[in-house]
Design a protein. Sequence first.
Lengths: 245, 371
Amino acid sequence: MSTVIEVRDLTVAYRENPVLWDIDLDVGSGTLMAIVGPNGAGKTTLIKTILGLIKPAAGQIRILGQPYHKVATSVGYVPQRGSVDWDFPTSVLDVVLMGLYGRLGWIRRPGSMQRKEALAALEKVDMVDYSHQQISQLSGGQQQRVFLARALVQKAQVYFMDEPLQGVDATTEHAIIDLLQVLRSSGKTVVVVHHDLQTVSSYFDEVFLLNIRRISSGPVSEVFTDQNLKLTYGGRVAIIKEPTS
Amino acid sequence: MIEQLLGDYTLRTVTLGAAILGAVSGVLSTFVVLRQQSLLGDAVSHAALPGIGLAFLITGSKASLILMIGAGIAGWLGTALVLLITHSSRVKYDSALGLVLSVFFGIGLVLLTFIQKSSLPNQAGLDSFLFGQAASLVMEDVLTMTVVGGLALVVILLFWKEFKLLAFDPDFARSLVLPVRWLDVGCTTLLVVVIVIGLQTVGVVLMSAMIIAPAAAARQWTDHFGMMTLISMIIGMLCGTGGSILSATTSNLPTGPIIVVCTSGVVVMSILAAPHRGILWNKIRQILQNRRLRAEAVLLDLFDLAKQHETPEYPHMEEVLRVIYPQSGSLLRQLQGLQSKGLVMRNEHGAWALTPDGVIRCHQLIKERTP
């Protein structure tokens, strides 16, 4: 298993306050990793910094052994659903096509080849029937699937997803998790900001516990303990263990 | 009137200029409105005023290109200052806009007054940039507007998909390592350019309307980005043309304000009446839908009542139905409505019964409503 994402001594600050402090992160290929931590822990900031959206104060980031801008076409990104205006006048297919803008290069417009790729991605999230829908008519779960399709069409090696399960219904949640596990089995690396502590163990291989600093990281079975969670959330939380019958 | 339009040099020039301005600002308008930067247009146009004064003071010329360059530089500096303020202090974006707008506009007014009171040659008429003076347009100005505006449109067409992504999801654009900062600067520069070419016609104070109104109206009529841009362009163009003809044919109405009033009229109409998004349209649809649901309820009640009898077409008196709807004054009207659709009929005793079509409709409704 080769290292795909490598972060060393990463520090990010807004004004004088550190938002991320001295973060080390290693993720291997074929890993499904959850980033878990309380509100304001810097989960989104971590992803955005790795993707070059935020300038770090210090530290090194390597993806597939290279700086991000050299491998950007091998990286897919699913931003938080709430980060865009869903009343924007555009269709589902158009949004998915945006995933191809990086590969298309300047001035060229997406053509029938690209549309075929986009439809194939929509197929994987079960949204082909909605391809010509205006995006404001979608439910939260459908919006999330569209964002996922936009990342899938990037045909990336590494995926970063910011709360893809936020506010989706149970059916969509399962569909998305199935999809993530398919990606993982085909050797992709998927890093997911995740909120629901109850499902971490069943969905993910590895977990990265974050609260401004790295609390702990590694295989879920070793790292995701009550002790570590208390350190992450400041002693106010425990996972409710399902009764074993 | 067409003869007059073609024959009259001033009218022809003004109409052409206003149409070009309307078209270009209409296109830019889409991006500004969708990026939620409407106030930026207002700040840029007000910030352009001191540029006009300074350009005249430095060169002593009133050539439109020189004044436009002055206005452009000042407008652009204003925008840069807004960004600088928001990035380096805790002042919020809207406050920074307001600050820059009023400070630059104030300086502009001081400069204009100074120029007017001075004995500089050739100084009359600069104040027309406040509210615009379309009648002062000459063919040369229109040519400049066409070239500059045309260039702006070409740039937008070339970087269409990049600008679109910038408007929809700038973070995602950045993750594709698109140079979002430069796209942003480019988009803002185009905005400055369009505002500057409109100053002579519409003026500093009203120019922001040309940047906001066409797209605000166009958004009501379509859910497609390209179509919205096209409609916005057409609205801008038609209002430009219409406004200048109106002001020329009616006694001495000022062109710029008339154009803005026309555009605002289109906005009001669009917000009220456009299908799907219009207020009136939605109201009417809601009323029709409620009426249909009430009528269907009556239909289904007749169906349920008849179940206790041997045939679904068993008649019932209105009084029986009234027991179910004690408050409804409109029961008779519902029944008559259903009757006119051939779903119910009234027999010789005045009792209401489903028709065979009505029975079929009831089965359909029940099927539709069972998940």
